[in-house]
Design a protein around this ligand. Structure first.
Ligand code: EPS
Length: 357
């Protein structure tokens, strides 16, 4: 059974949900480890006051008994504590009583860079809130919970995934942008150690590990660029400076390919980067058009982050963890956790390669 992740949830709705199916039975999960990743996602510099309202914790509604997976769909939930301020505005059913709280007024001034305009046109919506709520990066909370579960599966086969911010001087840039009521983006990097050669395949584009990682990272809100290994810089180099020569023990003397050749992991560290654009909710609003009047207007201003680059490092880590767990499950199979690990061990016994940590 292949690993699948489905999510649902609006930013200010009651909760965020994820169903992760295809996990083997018998994987031990640690609630504190999942909650620690949720906290890491919330902690970055430059976040909105929303992060003081939310104290993300995972609830498991299905697929787990006494801390062990059952081999059935794992249902995860992260509550939106802020929903209590939006019970009328984001009521799933027609609200009762007089409008109160947030989200009661229709939003008709789309923010350039957010989903507001495209979503409203595409789905025929009368209120851009109906688009922006799902497009919001709030959704990444539950994706991080799912990624944390995937990291537990990967840990069992000696794969460790870690995301970090690459952009230097981020705090200064955030302070300056904040003072000028502006926003900033940045670059993050995810490294995965212990990935054996042979995850993914060159056979079809759907199987290529690099294509899957690129799609996963590009699928995160506000990401506009992805590179694997030295990525764009390789285009400027000669072949003699671009490839990774093979040395003793089949180890490479460099890792410009970022651990992936021809869509297949090669046993080196997998290294991917994602570039995040500046967030589109500016306290000094950009020009737009009011969809109700057709007249020039200022875009929606509401509470938001100045930057979410540190959060992206954790979210990208989760996305990479899901893709690597997916590829590992594809390669090693196993209905039970023991079968999965035994297949990995048998593969390592066959090939002349060992994790280095
Ligand atoms: C977001 C806007 C802000 C962010 C949100 C993403 O939400 P709010 O308008 O409620 O302050 O805080 O991110 C989160 C809530 C989160 O937990 O990451 C957006 O428009 O994408």
């Amino acid at each position: 059974m292949t690993l699948r992740l489905t999510t649902a949830g609006e930013s200010h709705g009651p909760a965020l949900l994820a169903i992760l199916s295809g996990l083997p039975a018998g994987l031990v999960l640690d609630r504190d480890a999942i909650d620690a990743d949720l906290r890491r996602r919330q902690e970055g510099y430059g976040r909105s006051p929303r992060q003081q309202i939310e104290q993300d914790r995972v609830d498991v509604l299905a697929g787990l008994r006494h801390g062990r997976t059952l081999g059935t769909p794992l249902a995860l939930m992260v509550e939106n504590r802020d929903h209590r301020n939006w019970t009328w505005g984001m009521s799933p059913w027609p609200p009762e009583g007089e409008p109160e709280g947030k989200g009661t007024k229709t939003v008709s001034v789309p923010r350039p860079g957010h989903a507001d305009l495209a979503g409203t046109l595409k789905f025929g919506l009368a209120d851009t809130r109906d688009a922006l709520e799902r497009a919001s990066a709030r959704h990444t909370a539950v994706a991080v919970a799912a990624g944390s579960v995937c990291k537990a599966l990967l840990h069992a086969i000696s794969i460790e995934v870690e995301g970090n911010v690459v952009t230097e001087d981020l705090e200064r840039r955030i302070d300056e942008a904040h003072a000028e009521r502006d926003t900033v983006g940045g670059i993050v990097e995810v490294r995965a150690r212990g990935v054996p050669p042979g995850l993914g395949s060159y056979a079809t584009k759907q199987e290529r590990l690099d294509a899957r990682l690129a799609a996963a990272l590009m699928g995160i809100q506000a990401v506009k660029g992805v590179e694997i290994g030295e990525g764009f810089a390789l285009a400027e180099k000669r072949g003699s400076d671009a490839h990774d020569e093979i040395g003793e023990g089949l180890r490479r003397t460099s890792n410009r390919a970022g651990g992936i050749e021809a869509g297949v992991s090669n046993g080196e560290e997998v290294v991917v980067r994602a570039a995040m654009k500046p967030l589109p909710t500016l306290m000094r609003p950009l020009q737009t058009v009011d969809l109700d009047t057709g007249e020039p207007a200022e875009a929606l201003v509401e509470r938001s982050d100045v930057a979410a680059v540190e959060a992206l490092a954790v979210v990208a880590e989760a996305a990479v963890a899901f893709e690597l767990a997916h590829a590992a499950k594809e390669k090693f199979g196993g209905d039970s956790f023991g079968d999965f690990v035994a297949a990995w061990q048998a593969y390592l016994d066959r090939i002349p390669w060992r994790p280095t940590h």
